[in-house]
Design a protein around this ligand. Structure first.
Ligand SMILES: [Zn+2]
Length: 222
């Protein structure tokens, strides 16, 4: 890591490098296969995914960015939680790198995304573990029809706290009225910068307005 970069900056830098290179590989794969956009035909989709997998596994620039990105995380752990538990490691990284994605952190630590997601950064920058009771989880999933309330996506779903954990009064945090099912993409948008600190809306009503603005289907506050 460069000495004048904070871990957060270094992580952002390599994440961006990775993203740019990944975009380039998509372009290369599409050019080779003569595709203007993502194909609808399943055979062409398979050919495209196979080619992307080949390109990604042999591309040095992409792998370098990935390695550098992970090195930042290794260094953070080494400096702050070398003998800590998995929970300590998650806390250490989330505290230092607000924009880290749960799926990348989970992959890096070899943990499930579900577990990593439980650790949330509060408005004060602390990392706390927040567990939504299983019965409440199931209730919300059912209420929201196992789909993102904003765009209708059915994969990579997560439960979103409409009012962030620290803004809730005790006991009103993990209640159905404060929870909504969002997909990974919409959840990212809700948190604007991908962290728990900045939200796209400023109230519960504001949340449901935001949901209805962005989506195809119209949902109302349950
Ligand atoms: Zn969505």
């Amino acid at each position: 890591m460069s000495e004048d970069r904070t871990p957060q900056e270094a992580y952002g830098h390599w994440k961006e490098k990775w993203f740019q290179r990944h975009e380039k590989l998509i372009e290369i794969a599409r050019d080779e296969l003569g595709l203007e956009e993502y194909p609808e035909d399943p055979d062409k989709q398979r050919a495209y995914h196979d080619r992307m997998a080949e390109l990604k596994s042999s591309d040095e620039e992409l792998q370098r960015a990935e390695r550098k990105r992970d090195e930042v995380l290794e260094e953070l752990i080494e400096e702050n939680a070398p003998h800590g538990s998995e929970a300590d490691k998650i806390r250490c990284i989330k505290k230092a790198i607000l924009q880290i994605k749960n799926n990348q952190l989970a992959e890096f630590l070899g943990l499930s995304q579900n577990y990593v997601t439980k650790f949330r950064v509060t408005l004060r920058g602390d990392v706390i573990r927040s567990d939504i009771p299983q019965s409440v989880r199931e209730k919300i999933r059912k209420r929201d029809g196992d789909a993102c309330v904003r765009c209708g996506e059915t994969s990579e779903l997560r439960l979103h706290h409409i009012n962030p954990v620290l803004r809730c009064e005790k006991g009103e945090c993990h209640v159905p009225e404060n929870l909504a099912t969002l997909c990974e993409g919409c959840h990212h948008l809700a948190h604007e910068d991908g962290s728990d600190v900045v939200l796209t809306y400023d109230s519960t009503d504001g949340f449901w307005e935001w949901v209805n603005e962005g989506g195809e289907s119209s949902r109302t506050s349950p």
